[in-house]
Design a protein around this ligand. Structure first.
Ligand SMILES: Cc1cc2nc3c(=O)[nH]c(=O)nc-3n(C[C@H](O)[C@H](O)[C@H](O)COP(=O)(O)O)c2cc1C
Length: 264
Protein backbone atom coordinates (compact mmCIF):
# COMPACT_ATOMS: atom_id res chain seq x y z
CA UNK A 1 0.00 0.00 0.00
CA UNK A 2 1.43 3.34 -1.02
CA UNK A 3 1.44 6.21 1.48
CA UNK A 4 3.46 9.31 2.31
CA UNK A 5 4.31 10.78 5.67
CA UNK A 6 5.14 14.44 6.21
CA UNK A 7 7.15 15.70 9.17
CA UNK A 8 5.19 18.87 9.95
CA UNK A 9 8.05 20.34 12.00
CA UNK A 10 10.41 20.03 9.03
CA UNK A 11 8.05 20.82 6.14
CA UNK A 12 8.60 24.36 4.83
CA UNK A 13 5.50 24.22 2.63
CA UNK A 14 7.67 24.90 -0.42
CA UNK A 15 5.43 22.56 -2.44
CA UNK A 16 8.27 21.21 -4.58
CA UNK A 17 6.69 17.77 -4.05
CA UNK A 18 3.39 19.01 -5.49
CA UNK A 19 5.10 20.73 -8.42
CA UNK A 20 7.27 17.74 -9.35
CA UNK A 21 4.74 14.89 -9.04
CA UNK A 22 4.32 13.70 -12.67
CA UNK A 23 0.62 12.97 -12.22
CA UNK A 24 -0.48 15.68 -9.75
CA UNK A 25 -1.08 13.10 -7.05
CA UNK A 26 -0.19 15.39 -4.14
CA UNK A 27 -2.27 18.28 -2.89
CA UNK A 28 -2.53 20.31 0.34
CA UNK A 29 -4.44 19.25 3.44
CA UNK A 30 -6.47 21.77 5.46
CA UNK A 31 -3.32 23.08 7.15
CA UNK A 32 -1.43 23.39 3.89
CA UNK A 33 0.76 20.31 4.34
CA UNK A 34 1.27 17.97 1.37
CA UNK A 35 -1.00 14.93 1.29
CA UNK A 36 -1.42 12.09 -1.16
CA UNK A 37 -4.61 12.06 -3.22
CA UNK A 38 -6.65 8.83 -3.31
CA UNK A 39 -5.91 8.56 -7.04
CA UNK A 40 -2.32 7.71 -6.09
CA UNK A 41 -3.36 4.16 -5.25
CA UNK A 42 -3.88 3.52 -8.96
CA UNK A 43 -1.79 6.22 -10.60
CA UNK A 44 1.46 6.55 -8.60
CA UNK A 45 4.35 5.39 -10.81
CA UNK A 46 6.72 4.89 -7.82
CA UNK A 47 9.21 7.46 -9.12
CA UNK A 48 10.04 8.67 -5.62
CA UNK A 49 10.41 12.24 -6.82
CA UNK A 50 8.27 13.75 -4.02
CA UNK A 51 10.66 12.34 -1.41
CA UNK A 52 13.81 13.04 -3.43
CA UNK A 53 13.02 16.69 -4.21
CA UNK A 54 11.89 17.72 -0.69
CA UNK A 55 14.12 20.63 0.33
CA UNK A 56 13.87 19.88 4.04
CA UNK A 57 13.86 16.04 4.05
CA UNK A 58 10.35 16.21 5.49
CA UNK A 59 8.56 13.79 3.18
CA UNK A 60 8.83 10.01 3.15
CA UNK A 61 7.09 7.58 0.83
CA UNK A 62 6.67 3.85 1.18
CA UNK A 63 7.67 3.06 -2.41
CA UNK A 64 11.11 4.74 -2.07
CA UNK A 65 11.93 5.09 1.61
CA UNK A 66 13.94 8.18 2.54
CA UNK A 67 16.35 6.14 4.67
CA UNK A 68 17.29 3.96 1.68
CA UNK A 69 17.68 6.80 -0.82
CA UNK A 70 21.23 8.19 -1.02
CA UNK A 71 21.91 11.92 -0.96
CA UNK A 72 23.11 13.44 -4.25
CA UNK A 73 26.80 14.25 -3.68
CA UNK A 74 27.61 17.38 -5.68
CA UNK A 75 31.32 16.74 -5.15
CA UNK A 76 31.03 13.51 -7.13
CA UNK A 77 29.35 15.09 -10.14
CA UNK A 78 31.68 15.44 -13.15
CA UNK A 79 32.31 18.80 -14.79
CA UNK A 80 30.68 19.49 -18.17
CA UNK A 81 34.14 19.09 -19.76
CA UNK A 82 34.54 15.66 -18.11
CA UNK A 83 31.11 14.54 -19.26
CA UNK A 84 31.81 15.70 -22.79
CA UNK A 85 35.18 13.95 -22.95
CA UNK A 86 33.75 10.80 -21.37
CA UNK A 87 30.88 10.60 -23.86
CA UNK A 88 33.01 11.43 -26.89
CA UNK A 89 35.69 8.91 -25.94
CA UNK A 90 33.31 5.92 -25.81
CA UNK A 91 33.87 3.64 -28.80
CA UNK A 92 32.40 0.44 -30.14
CA UNK A 93 35.05 -2.17 -29.36
CA UNK A 94 35.56 -5.07 -31.75
CA UNK A 95 38.70 -6.75 -30.39
CA UNK A 96 38.60 -8.12 -26.86
CA UNK A 97 41.07 -9.60 -24.42
CA UNK A 98 40.24 -13.11 -23.23
CA UNK A 99 40.36 -11.88 -19.60
CA UNK A 100 36.81 -12.00 -18.18
CA UNK A 101 35.25 -8.90 -16.66
CA UNK A 102 34.31 -10.65 -13.45
CA UNK A 103 30.91 -11.18 -11.97
CA UNK A 104 31.00 -8.21 -9.57
CA UNK A 105 32.00 -5.77 -12.32
CA UNK A 106 29.21 -7.00 -14.58
CA UNK A 107 26.76 -6.80 -11.70
CA UNK A 108 27.83 -3.25 -10.83
CA UNK A 109 27.29 -1.90 -14.36
CA UNK A 110 23.94 -3.70 -14.61
CA UNK A 111 22.93 -2.06 -11.34
CA UNK A 112 23.64 1.36 -12.85
CA UNK A 113 21.46 0.50 -15.87
CA UNK A 114 18.46 0.27 -13.49
CA UNK A 115 18.51 4.05 -13.27
CA UNK A 116 17.85 4.63 -16.97
CA UNK A 117 14.58 6.42 -17.68
CA UNK A 118 11.60 4.24 -18.60
CA UNK A 119 8.15 5.21 -19.79
CA UNK A 120 5.85 5.63 -16.78
CA UNK A 121 8.77 4.40 -14.69
CA UNK A 122 7.59 0.90 -15.68
CA UNK A 123 11.16 -0.46 -15.49
CA UNK A 124 10.25 -3.39 -17.74
CA UNK A 125 13.81 -4.32 -18.70
CA UNK A 126 15.12 -7.80 -17.91
CA UNK A 127 18.66 -8.95 -18.63
CA UNK A 128 20.16 -12.18 -19.75
CA UNK A 129 23.88 -11.87 -19.02
CA UNK A 130 25.81 -14.50 -20.93
CA UNK A 131 28.90 -14.59 -18.74
CA UNK A 132 30.40 -17.75 -20.22
CA UNK A 133 32.59 -16.95 -23.29
CA UNK A 134 31.90 -20.43 -24.75
CA UNK A 135 28.17 -19.70 -24.67
CA UNK A 136 28.72 -16.31 -26.34
CA UNK A 137 30.64 -18.12 -29.08
CA UNK A 138 27.88 -20.73 -29.42
CA UNK A 139 25.34 -17.92 -29.92
CA UNK A 140 27.60 -16.24 -32.50
CA UNK A 141 27.70 -19.56 -34.37
CA UNK A 142 23.92 -19.74 -34.36
CA UNK A 143 23.70 -16.20 -35.79
CA UNK A 144 26.06 -17.38 -38.54
CA UNK A 145 23.79 -20.42 -39.17
CA UNK A 146 20.86 -18.01 -39.55
CA UNK A 147 22.80 -15.81 -41.98
CA UNK A 148 23.87 -18.89 -43.93
CA UNK A 149 20.27 -20.10 -44.22
CA UNK A 150 19.14 -16.67 -45.45
CA UNK A 151 22.19 -16.32 -47.71
CA UNK A 152 22.94 -12.87 -46.27
CA UNK A 153 26.22 -11.29 -45.13
CA UNK A 154 28.44 -13.78 -47.00
CA UNK A 155 31.54 -11.95 -45.73
CA UNK A 156 30.59 -12.65 -42.11
CA UNK A 157 29.75 -16.31 -42.71
CA UNK A 158 32.99 -16.82 -44.70
CA UNK A 159 34.99 -15.20 -41.90
CA UNK A 160 33.39 -17.62 -39.41
CA UNK A 161 34.51 -20.62 -41.44
CA UNK A 162 38.01 -19.13 -41.37
CA UNK A 163 37.90 -18.91 -37.58
CA UNK A 164 36.98 -15.23 -37.23
CA UNK A 165 33.93 -14.12 -35.24
CA UNK A 166 32.65 -10.96 -36.93
CA UNK A 167 29.26 -11.31 -35.24
CA UNK A 168 30.03 -11.13 -31.53
CA UNK A 169 33.69 -10.30 -32.08
CA UNK A 170 35.05 -12.86 -29.64
CA UNK A 171 33.64 -10.81 -26.75
CA UNK A 172 33.74 -12.82 -23.53
CA UNK A 173 30.32 -11.59 -22.38
CA UNK A 174 27.00 -10.63 -23.90
CA UNK A 175 24.23 -8.68 -22.15
CA UNK A 176 20.80 -9.19 -23.71
CA UNK A 177 17.93 -6.83 -22.77
CA UNK A 178 14.48 -8.35 -23.04
CA UNK A 179 10.99 -7.43 -21.91
CA UNK A 180 7.38 -8.44 -22.06
CA UNK A 181 5.94 -5.99 -24.64
CA UNK A 182 2.78 -5.79 -22.52
CA UNK A 183 4.73 -4.52 -19.51
CA UNK A 184 5.44 -1.08 -20.97
CA UNK A 185 4.06 1.33 -23.53
CA UNK A 186 7.59 1.79 -24.89
CA UNK A 187 9.62 -1.39 -24.41
CA UNK A 188 11.97 -0.60 -27.32
CA UNK A 189 12.92 2.78 -25.88
CA UNK A 190 13.13 1.38 -22.35
CA UNK A 191 15.52 -1.41 -23.38
CA UNK A 192 17.51 0.93 -25.61
CA UNK A 193 18.02 3.45 -22.82
CA UNK A 194 18.97 0.78 -20.27
CA UNK A 195 21.48 -0.59 -22.76
CA UNK A 196 22.88 2.89 -23.40
CA UNK A 197 23.34 3.29 -19.64
CA UNK A 198 25.05 -0.11 -19.50
CA UNK A 199 27.29 0.88 -22.40
CA UNK A 200 28.37 4.09 -20.65
CA UNK A 201 28.77 2.41 -17.26
CA UNK A 202 31.01 -0.18 -18.94
CA UNK A 203 33.11 2.62 -20.46
CA UNK A 204 33.45 4.25 -17.04
CA UNK A 205 34.98 1.03 -15.67
CA UNK A 206 37.44 0.50 -18.50
CA UNK A 207 35.35 -2.17 -20.18
CA UNK A 208 34.77 -2.22 -23.90
CA UNK A 209 31.39 -2.81 -25.47
CA UNK A 210 29.63 -2.98 -28.80
CA UNK A 211 25.94 -3.14 -29.66
CA UNK A 212 25.10 -6.56 -31.05
CA UNK A 213 22.61 -5.77 -33.80
CA UNK A 214 23.03 -9.03 -35.72
CA UNK A 215 22.35 -11.07 -32.59
CA UNK A 216 19.18 -9.07 -31.89
CA UNK A 217 17.87 -9.60 -35.43
CA UNK A 218 18.51 -13.32 -35.17
CA UNK A 219 16.92 -13.47 -31.71
CA UNK A 220 13.77 -11.91 -33.18
CA UNK A 221 13.45 -14.31 -36.11
CA UNK A 222 15.53 -17.49 -35.79
CA UNK A 223 13.87 -20.22 -33.75
CA UNK A 224 17.07 -22.08 -32.71
CA UNK A 225 18.36 -18.87 -31.05
CA UNK A 226 14.95 -18.12 -29.53
CA UNK A 227 15.01 -21.65 -28.07
CA UNK A 228 18.62 -21.32 -26.89
CA UNK A 229 17.91 -18.05 -25.05
CA UNK A 230 14.93 -19.65 -23.32
CA UNK A 231 13.47 -16.33 -22.12
CA UNK A 232 10.28 -16.05 -20.04
CA UNK A 233 7.07 -16.52 -22.01
CA UNK A 234 6.12 -13.58 -24.27
CA UNK A 235 9.44 -11.81 -23.73
CA UNK A 236 11.16 -10.25 -26.71
CA UNK A 237 14.80 -9.39 -27.19
CA UNK A 238 15.20 -5.69 -27.96
CA UNK A 239 18.91 -4.89 -27.55
CA UNK A 240 22.19 -6.61 -26.75
CA UNK A 241 25.70 -5.50 -25.87
CA UNK A 242 29.03 -7.30 -26.24
CA UNK A 243 31.26 -6.72 -23.22
CA UNK A 244 34.88 -7.37 -22.30
CA UNK A 245 38.22 -5.67 -21.83
CA UNK A 246 39.39 -3.94 -25.01
CA UNK A 247 42.57 -5.27 -26.60
CA UNK A 248 43.39 -1.85 -28.05
CA UNK A 249 42.96 1.64 -26.58
CA UNK A 250 41.61 4.33 -28.87
CA UNK A 251 43.93 7.33 -28.86
CA UNK A 252 41.75 9.75 -30.83
CA UNK A 253 38.12 10.78 -31.05
CA UNK A 254 36.99 10.26 -34.66
CA UNK A 255 34.96 12.90 -36.48
CA UNK A 256 31.18 12.71 -36.74
CA UNK A 257 28.67 14.46 -39.01
CA UNK A 258 27.78 18.07 -38.33
CA UNK A 259 24.57 18.59 -36.35
CA UNK A 260 21.50 18.17 -38.50
CA UNK A 261 19.13 20.64 -36.91
CA UNK A 262 16.53 23.28 -37.57
CA UNK A 263 16.33 26.02 -34.94
CA UNK A 264 13.00 27.83 -34.60
C1 LIG B 1 21.39 -0.51 -32.70
C2 LIG B 1 22.85 -0.72 -33.01
C3 LIG B 1 23.27 -1.94 -33.49
C4 LIG B 1 24.61 -2.17 -33.77
N1 LIG B 1 25.03 -3.42 -34.16
C5 LIG B 1 26.34 -3.66 -34.37
C6 LIG B 1 26.80 -4.98 -34.73
O1 LIG B 1 26.02 -5.94 -34.84
N2 LIG B 1 28.12 -5.17 -34.94
C7 LIG B 1 29.02 -4.14 -34.81
O2 LIG B 1 30.21 -4.38 -35.01
N3 LIG B 1 28.63 -2.88 -34.45
C8 LIG B 1 27.31 -2.62 -34.22
N4 LIG B 1 26.91 -1.37 -33.83
C9 LIG B 1 27.92 -0.32 -33.56
C10 LIG B 1 27.93 0.81 -34.62
O3 LIG B 1 28.50 0.32 -35.81
C11 LIG B 1 28.75 1.96 -34.03
O4 LIG B 1 28.04 2.50 -32.94
C12 LIG B 1 29.04 3.08 -35.04
O5 LIG B 1 29.85 2.61 -36.08
C13 LIG B 1 29.73 4.29 -34.41
O6 LIG B 1 30.94 3.92 -33.76
P1 LIG B 1 31.16 4.28 -32.22
O7 LIG B 1 30.09 3.53 -31.43
O8 LIG B 1 32.53 3.82 -31.86
O9 LIG B 1 31.01 5.76 -32.08
C14 LIG B 1 25.57 -1.13 -33.56
C15 LIG B 1 25.13 0.10 -33.06
C16 LIG B 1 23.78 0.31 -32.77
C17 LIG B 1 23.36 1.63 -32.17
Amino acid sequence: MISISVDQEQCKKCYSCIAECPFDLINQDKEGFPQLRKAAIKKCIRCGHCMAVCLSDALDITVSPFAESPVVDKGLLPSPESVEHFLLSRRSIRTYKKRPAGHSTLKSILDISRYAPSAHNAQPVHWLMVENPDEVRRLAGMVVDWMTELKVFPGLTRAWTQGQDKVLRGAPHLAIAHADPASSEHPIEDCTLATAYLDLAAHSQGLGSCWAGFLVQAAMHYQPIIDALDLPENHQVYTALMLGYPKFRYRHIPQRDELKIIWR
